[in-house]
Design a protein around this ligand. Structure first.
Ligand code: ADP
Length: 321
């Protein structure tokens, strides 16, 4: 009897999701599994919208950002009826295992679904926010970091020429992993993240001290979740006398061709996910821990919050003196 694996991408898209879809499809197909790609995230499971994925149908997508399966936020999945419909569809389609490629929210949905379905569910962390507990890194994070860094390097050119300070807003409504890594790697003078309350006086002092030291321009990287970045920029200008501009990197961070690193993680995570399902193991989320591919329980991922290592912020501050 042919066994069936389902694949779904859910929540915010991340570059490298396609590389993960490709890897899951090819690994599972090689083992004789039928692979179904559910469309538009949880919506596809609720409405039983899927397409057959074959090694050939996932050709030419490893280098593409976004997700060929499309994705969505699906409020209906937060209801018991929604979950029930999805579970019934999985049973009707004879799905034995489901690979969920997404972030924290998608895994909370997966945990709810796991209570209603017999299918083995394995999560594959993919989000530019890098905020999945149990994995040091998520698919798409490295790409988003590199996209933001490339943008900010350009902004620095004009900052230097015009002797301006730029507040650059990067994505991260709740978490500052992206802002911290981007801030450190562009050499930002100040990094603002949602996890640390902002001391505006300290920001003013840093900008003024830098000017006194002969630093005529500067970059302040702020995660979008820290508040109204336009107001922050205006306040800094008013209190320091520096000429301050705001630049928002925006949705470009979510797209683009995945870096080699994001494709590598996608392939390794997919391999672990397919292996778990082959072994009859479900309710797991794969991840990277200290350089090794690992997996932890879905419950543990959902129960815990990954913490930002604030040493990164300290190091960035020291390096920007
Ligand atoms: P991400 O997976 O990128 O974190 P979201 O937080 O938007 O994205 O979550 C994606 C989807 O997962 C939501 O639109 C919803 O359908 C589902 N989801 C999130 N939280 C829950 C929950 N507690 N119960 C059931 N489904 C959920």
């Amino acid at each position: 009897m042919v066994k069936t694996i389902g694949v779904v991408t859910s929540g915010g898209d991340a570059p490298g999701m396609n590389a993960a879809i490709r890897a899951v499809t090819r690994l599972a197909s090689a083992l004789g599994f039928r692979v179904l790609g559910f469309e538009r995230g949880w919506e596809g499971l609720i409405n039983n919208l899927f397409r057959l994925l074959t090694p050939r149908s996932v050709g030419g997508i490893i280098q593409l950002g976004g997700t060929i399966l499309l994705t969505s936020r699906c409020p209906e999945f937060k209801t018991w009826e929604g979950i029930r419909k999805a579970a019934d569809n999985l049973a009707a389609d004879n799905v034995d295992g489901l690979v969920v490629i997404g972030g924290e929210g998608s895994f909370r949905g997966a945990l709810e679904l796991s209570r209603e379905t017999g299918a083995l569910i394995v999560g594959v962390p993919a989000t530019i926010d890098n905020d999945v507990y149990g994995s040091d890194e998520t698919i798409g994070f490295d790409t988003a970091v590199n996209t933001a860094v490339a943008e900010i390097d350009k902004i620095r050119d004009t900052a230097i020429s015009h002797e301006r300070v730029f507040v650059v807003e990067v994505m991260g409504r709740r978490r500052g992993f992206l802002a911290a890594t981007v801030g450190l790697t562009v050499g930002a003078e100040v990094i603002l993240v949602p996890e640390v309350s902002i001391d505006m006086e300290e920001v003013f002092r840093t900008v003024k001290e830098n000017a006194a030291k002969g630093k005529r321009s500067g970059i302040i990287v702020a995660a979008e979740g820290v508040g109204d970045t336009r107001r922050i920029a205006e306040e800094i200008e008013a209190k320091t006398g520096a000429e301050v501009r705001l630049s928002i990197v925006g949705y470009a961070q979510r797209g683009g061709s995945p870096t080699a690193r994001s494709r590598l993680l996608a392939s390794l995570f997919a391999e672990e996910a397919v292996q778990l399902i082959m072994q009859g193991v479900g309710n797991r989320v794969v991840g990277l821990q200290k350089g090794l591919i690992t997996n932890i329980s879905l419950e543990e991922t959902c129960k815990n919050q990954k913490t930002l290592d604030t040493r990164l912020l300290k190091l960035a501050k020291t390096l920007a003196t």
